[in-house]
Design a protein around this ligand. Structure first.
Ligand code: CMP
Length: 138
């Protein structure tokens, strides 16, 4: 069993797509073991994306991530990290496979509707960034 962090980003939450995206996640057999809707502060978004601090898109990404509420959740399952990344599709929706969340719902490379952890180490950091052990209930 593996756990990964999912964020449904402001572009998707504001278009009332949280339910549709959660249905895709659950239909794929991933189990939601923690979930909440929150409004990130600038410092919280900067801390979450600290690994991208030197990238040219960092400032714009932080502004986007604090532009409205997000739905964060922890997904559990065999090989959950890779399975969720496959379900999300490529970062840039223009190159995402048919049937993926980003192909169906994302607007562009920044407003790409969802985030998922990319490795076990980042999943451990990202899940504990948003949830305490007591909040993981699955
Ligand atoms: P995410 O998977 O959350 O990881 C970093 C985010 O930065 C990415 O999704 C996009 O929302 C955003 N982003 C904006 N521009 C780029 C880019 N050129 N390459 C990668 N990520 C980008």
């Amino acid at each position: 069993m593996e756990r990964t962090l999912s964020i449904i980003k402001p572009d998707a939450v504001s278009r009332n797509l949280s339910g549709a995206i959660l249905k895709m996640i659950q239909d794929a057999g991933l189990k939601v073991v923690a979930m909440k809707m929150i409004q990130l502060s600038k410092a919280e978004a900067e801390g979450f994306y600290a690994v991208h601090k030197a990238r040219p898109f960092f400032g714009s990404l932080v502004d986007f991530m604090i532009s409205g509420p997000v739905v964060v959740s922890i997904l559990e399952g065999d090989d959950a990290i890779a399975r969720y990344r496959k379900l999300m599709g490529a970062t840039n929706p223009a190159g995402a496979e048919e049937g993926t969340i980003r192909k169906i719902h994302a607007l562009d490379i920044e407003k790409n509707s969802v985030h998922g952890s990319d490795a076990p180490e980042t999943a451990a950091f990202e899940t504990s960034y948003f949830f305490s052990a007591l909040e993981m209930v699955g």
